[in-house]
Design a protein around this ligand. Structure first.
Ligand code: SAH
Length: 218
């Protein structure tokens, strides 16, 4: 069962979580404020009621996880969002990252390949507050060519290399934030598409994501 109550204790724990993430180096005030507003315990079973505010990833079923809040904040900060930007997210999972992006003013298009996780989000009452998020069931490697081009692309699973189709769906001047690597650890990268269609690449810290897989899972 999902919790539905956001009490003063949750709010207090959330404030502490924001302090922890800030101490780890997140400086974007908008990102910190968004983490402070969103009730992360709503995205987990009620068994995680208080644990939800630990800076840790947790299982959400189907062998998948809700990303660590620090990781969500890190990717969100690298995206350097402006309100009303069109963002493509690969790996909806719990929808926590998608909600943080919507809180930052983005129009979010998010794809999940696990049918059970996609279906579970249809029953998730909190998401009705976010008409700016559009949910898709499919293989993120294909992107959403008919909805693009996008200002930003964020991949929330470990990609063995840069998915070319997703780069193509990026607007000139747009950015992709993606953890790249085949082993246990991946390196966060940010690609910026130039007006002439070429890319610059920046490399950041190491993280550990579940793998980005091709095809869908019913
Ligand atoms: N953004 C999520 C993180 C979930 S973990 C959150 O905030 O909770 C990564 C998710 O990516 C998993 O749910 C996994 O099923 C999904 N995934 C992996 N490969 C994918 C692909 N090719 N297309 C769409 N989703 C994918």
């Amino acid at each position: 069962m999902r919790p539905t109550e956001d009490g003063y204790r949750h709010k207090g724990l959330r404030k502490k979580l924001v302090d922890i993430i800030a101490a780890k180096g997140i400086t974007d005030e908008n990102v910190l404020a968004a983490i402070g507003r969103v009730p992360r315990h709503f995205f987990l079973d009620s068994a995680f009621d208080e644990l939800a505010y630990d800076d840790r990833a947790f299982p959400i079923g189907e062998g998948q996880t809700i990303s660590q809040p620090y990781t969500v904040a890190y990717q969100s900060q690298l995206l350097a969002l402006k309100p009303l930007m069109k963002v493509l997210e690969i790996g909806t999972g719990s929808a926590y990252q998608a909600v943080i992006l919507a809180e930052l003013g983005a129009k979010v298009f998010t794809i999940e390949r696990q049918k059970a996780l996609f279906d579970s989000n249809k029953q998730f009452a909190l998401l009705r507050k976010y008409p700016a998020i559009k949910f898709f069931y499919g293989d993120g490697y294909q992107g959403l060519p008919t909805y693009g081009p996008f200002d930003r692309v964020i991949i929330t699973a470990a990609a063995p290399d840069i998915p070319q189709k997703l780069l193509q769906q990026l607007r000139p001047g747009g950015m992709m934030v993606i953890p790249v690597g085949e082993g246990e650890v991946q390196q966060m990268r940010r690609l910026t598409k130039k007006e002439d269609g070429s890319y610059t690449e920046e490399r950041f810290a190491d993280f550990s994501f579940v793998p980005m897989l091709s095809g869908t899972n019913k």
